[in-house]
Write a protein that binds this ligand. Structure first.
Ligand SMILES: [Mg+2]
Length: 250
């Protein structure tokens, strides 16, 4: 039976330097636009990748866009789910046209709400004297989600933005949207944009090609849980947000 690992990338297969352990033997695996390394694997992560890549096909399921995925040095050969599920790349690297058309419709519906969310966040930040500004994340000409980060990486500065601007908006006019928060990363997503939809789409394509398949899902964030639950087995790295909410909490 063909086996597939649907896997988040950042903080799952590799980590940025501040989160790496002091004793880890690090190798750079993801790079900035200027070529400088930004994320690294430790020995265990490299052993994990080597072991799983030998036994199954690895399919990334990442919030990275095409450009940022291209700066990850890992050998992906099959489908690739990027933009938080907004784009599915076929094994030849081109966007899957069926998925692209579906998301084109969904994101056109979502765009006015995304613009409104940005306005709400920016107005709050300005009133509160915060330097952060909301950004609209786009890829392949489609708008996908809104993200705001503190420019000094002081993630606690996002707490009042979340509590006093984002949550009230979501409860009122933003009911077709949801919040994803992990550290210095606050994202507002259309409900129709999520990794699980894209994972289930790719699983259906793979079943057409291979018949019965076995699937693993792996991720570090609360927001990865839904796509992991759509797989036969779930793998959660120790010390992550999702581990703290699940196995470590129990
Ligand atoms: Mg992650």
């Amino acid at each position: 039976m063909n086996k597939f690992l649907f896997v988040d990338l950042d903080d799952t297969l590799f980590t940025s330097l501040p989160k790496c352990g002091a004793d880890d033997v690090l190798e750079p695996v993801a790079f900035l636009k200027d070529g400088a390394p930004i994320s690294y694997t430790n020995g265990r992560q490299r052993a994990f990748i080597e072991h799983f890549a030998a036994g199954m096909t690895m399919i990334p399921a990442t919030a990275r866009n095409r450009d940022a995925l291209g700066r990850v040095r890992l050998p992906f050969t099959s489908y690739q789910i990027i933009d938080y599920g907004g784009i599915v790349l076929a094994p030849d690297g081109a966007p899957d046209p069926v998925w692209l058309a579906r998301m084109g419709d969904d994101m056109a519906t979502a765009l006015p709400g995304l613009r409104r969310a940005m306005a709400v966040i920016d107005a709050y930040a300005e009133r509160a004297g915060l330097a952060m500004r909301a950004r609209l994340i786009e890829d392949y000409g489609l708008p996908f989600y809104v993200v705001v980060k503190d420019p000094d990486k002081r993630s606690e500065r996002l707490d009042p933005v979340e509590a006093e601007a984002v949550l009230p908006w979501l409860a009122d006019e933003g009911q077709d949207f949801c919040l994803h928060r992990n550290g210095n990363n606050l994202a507002i997503m259309p409900q129709r944009l999520n990794k699980v939809r894209a994972v289930e789409y790719v699983q259906a394509r793979l079943r057409e090609q291979h018949g019965a398949i076995m699937t693993f899902g792996m991720g570090d964030s609360r927001s990865d849980a839904r796509f992991m639950a759509a797989c036969d087995y779930a793998i959660i790295p120790r010390g992550t947000q999702l581990a703290a909410l699940t196995v470590e909490a129990l």
